[in-house]
Design a protein around this ligand. Structure first.
Ligand SMILES: NC(=O)c1ccc[n+]([C@@H]2O[C@H](COP(=O)([O-])OP(=O)(O)OC[C@H]3O[C@@H](n4cnc5c(N)ncnc54)[C@H](OP(=O)(O)O)[C@@H]3O)[C@@H](O)[C@H]2O)c1
Length: 242
């Protein structure tokens, strides 16, 4: 379809599956991640020259500004931005959470998505149509015990999307939040082990629903969010008009 799509965390898990879907649809994907050693496997798995990877930690304002500036100069536009990169640290009760761990969760999930939006919106708002998809979590819609820092950061992601949607109401720029339940990815494996991860929905399934949102076959209003759990869409908020 020849769209320019920016995906953070595009080298594994959900981000890699999203890159695969959009490359297959004929789009150009600009992926961002920190670890170059993972790029060979990601590139091999996608196998297309339209998958361009950039190295950077998106918690750095300087880096985000530089990367987005370069992408906009190269591609001339950003049709879709998917803020997918995230972090979930070890399980701990609130009284055992360190201030450092809370700060890390806020930086890796909320500050990063905010910075990407802050520096992408000026270019995206100039276009007739553009879409920001922020990946939150079911944990962002209701707190999960022993995952307070993650839940708090992901709930902030919902607030970010809602503010962007309202601020750009009546323009061509839309912003939607995607809230998956558990997925079989490295993040889940690290947190709950391989056996548990294998029982979760696949990132391919969630990427497929996101592709449907982008293509309009699943209708989510700007400022709204969708919950995808156990391989099903379990809620769209606000519900689509009957
Ligand atoms: N897995 C689940 O069960 C689950 C459930 C609900 C929601 N989610 C959310 O879904 C999204 C994708 O999760 P996932 O399970 O696919 O994650 P994952 O397997 O841990 O992959 C994360 C990706 O993000 C990149 N990344 C992480 N921090 C980054 C940073 N600061 N700067 C640039 N790149 C960064 C990683 O590459 P590098 O390490 O090389 O940078 C990697 O490519 C996340 O937002 C997550 O919170 C996951």
């Amino acid at each position: 379809m020849n769209r320019t799509i920016v995906i953070t965390g595009a080298t594994r898990g959900l981000g890699l599956e999203l890159a695969r879907k959009f490359i297959k649809a004929g789009d150009k994907v600009f992926g961002i991640s920190r670890t170059r050693e993972h790029w060979t496997a990601a590139r091999k798995s996608i196998g297309s020259g339209n998958f361009l990877l950039f190295c950077g930690d998106i918690t750095s304002e300087k880096k985000v500004k530089e990367l987005l500036g370069k992408i906009v100069r190269d591609a001339g536009r950003i049709d879709i931005l998917i803020n997918n990169a995230g972090y979930c640290g070890p399980l701990a009760r609130v009284e055992a959470v360190s201030a450092k761990e809370l700060t890390e969760h806020l930086a890796q999930n909320l500050l990063s998505a905010f910075l990407m939006c802050k520096y992408a919106i000026p270019a995206m708002a100039r276009q007739e149509r553009a879409l920001i998809l922020n990946i939150s979590s079911m944990a962002g819609t209701r707190a999960v015990p022993r995952l307070f820092p993650y839940s708090a950061a992901k709930s902030g992601v919902l607030a970010l999307s809602q503010a962007i949607a309202k601020e750009n109401d009546g323009t061509g720029l839309r912003c939607i939040t995607v809230c998956p339940g558990g997925m079989n990815t490295e993040m889940r494996r690290e947190l709950f082990g391989a056996e548990d991860a294998a029982k979760q929905q696949t990132p391919e399934f969630v990427a497929g629903v996101i592709e449907q949102i982008v293509n309009g076959t699943v209708d989510v209003l700007s400022g709204g969010h969708i919950v995808i759990r156990h391989g099903k869409i379990t809620g769209i908020f606000p519900p689509p008009a009957a």
